[in-house]
Each structure stands twice: as C-alpha cells, then as structure tokens.
Design a protein around this ligand. Structure first.
Ligand code: BG6
Ligand code: MG
Length: 218
C-alpha cells in the first residue's frame, strides 16, 4: 500500500453538520412554492451542488421553472442559509475533528479541503479552522460535481501529492465514488448502508488517533 501523505476532507457532514441549516432553508423555499419537503428528501441533497439540489427539490414539488427563475430561487435559498452559517462557532465542529487534524499536522500529513460548497471559506472562518488547510478546493473552483473526481484531484494537485498517497473523508455516497474515481482511498463518515464502498466507515472521528488511522490501510 502507498504511504499516506495527505488527507482531503469534505466539509458538510464531515467537519460540521450544516445539513440542518440547508434543510431549514430548502424547506422554507418548498413551502413557499406550495409543497412539503421532508428530512428524508433532504438526504438526497447531501454532497450535491446548489443548483442540482434545487432541481431535485423542484422535481419533488413537480414544478418546472426557467433557468433564470431557478437562479433567483437558488440565490434566495442561499441568502437564508448564510443567515444561519454566520452564527456558527467552533462549538459546532463535529466530535474528534480538531484532535485528529492536530495529530495529522504533528505527523506532517498535508491537509486539503474538498467541498462542493461555495460557502466553504465562510464556514471555515466561522469555526476558526481555515488556517489548518494546506489547500482549499471548494464549489467556486470546480466545474464538475462529485462523483466526478475533479474536486479531489485538484486538492491533491494543489498539495503536490499523488492521488494514491491521499485519503478522502466523506459523508456522501457520491463523495466516496469521487474518491474511488480519483484513485484515492476513503473513510466514510456516517452509515455503512450508503458508504459501503469506502475502505472503512465510522460514525464520526471521535477517538480516532493516528495509529488507528494508519492501521486501517495496513
Ligand atoms: C455540499 C452539501 O457540501 O455543498 C450540499 O453536502 C450542498 O448539501 C452543497 O448543496 C453546495 O453548498 P452551497 O453552500 O454552495 O450551497
Ligand atoms: Mg458532505
């Protein structure tokens, strides 16, 4: 097995639980358009880009709109979402993340962000984690969405590290597929029911230390 030289982290669902804020904002939009949007529906939006999320939402409500109208709605949704994320603090970082990242730093492992979100920098500033990343790839820098490997390959490239020396942390099935398509190993954060293709699945990073991490791939 190739040596691990870098970890690439997804943001939403891996470092912070922003799905709840996306949900409130999408639900408000759906209700305004006259239909309901459930928590189960929200699962379909995880890892998916903002515009694709809106398309799925409109499919659920059986509503067809022009591109221009869709852009307006996506912007409105984002304005509401941002109202929640500007209130975020470091308290919202998911269990184990800060300790695990500090261990990686001590071990000279490079760290990149690989997130579809265009709000990634804002969120990382809010939770005071922006400074830990050696490379940042977010929704403003890529053309193709996961499962396309572009986000992760760009992250590896910015770090100057080969894909087979990278491990991706992801909570979305499309994200694990993107890691596989990039030729990277991966750890799924969440449930094996949808993340089964990852090398290992864990609920969160609580208690994860470097030794245990390395052993996963031995
Ligand atoms: C992903 C989330 O990280 O970012 C998706 O899992 C979200 O739910 C996507 O739609 C885009 O986010 P944003 O912040 O650019 O609307
Ligand atoms: Mg995610």
């Amino acid at each position: 097995m190739s040596e691990i030289k870098a970890c690439i982290f997804d943001l939403d669902g891996v470092i912070v639980d922003t799905a709840k804020y996306h949900y409130i904002a999408w639900k408000a939009l759906a209700n305004k358009l006259g239909f309901d949007f459930t928590l189960e529906d929200n699962e379909r939006l995880k890892g998916v880009s903002r515009m694709r999320s809106l398309e799925i939402l409109l499919e659920i409500g059986k509503i067809e709109l022009s591109q221009k109208e869709m852009e307006k709605l996506a912007q409105k949704k984002n304005e509401q979402y941002v109202k929640y994320i500007v209130k975020m603090t470091a308290d919202e970082i998911l269990p184990g993340v800060v300790d695990f990242i500090s261990e990686l730093k001590e071990q000279n492992i490079k760290i990149a962000l690989g997130s579809a979100s265009k709000n990634a920098v804002l969120i990382l500033e809010q939770i005071n984690l922006l400074h830990v990343f050696d490379a940042l790839v977010d929704g403003t820098k890529v053309k193709s969405a996961k499962p396309n490997p572009e986000i992760f390959l760009k992250g590896a490239d910015e770090l100057g590290i080969s894909p087979d020396n990278c491990v991706v942390f992801e909570d979305a099935e499309a994200g694990i597929e993107a890691a596989i398509n990039a030729g990277m190993r991966s750890i799924g954060i969440g449930s094996p029911s949808n993340l089964g293709k990852a090398n290992k699945v864990m609920k969160d990073m609580k208690g994860l230390d470097f030794e245990t991490f390395i052993k996963i791939f031995n």
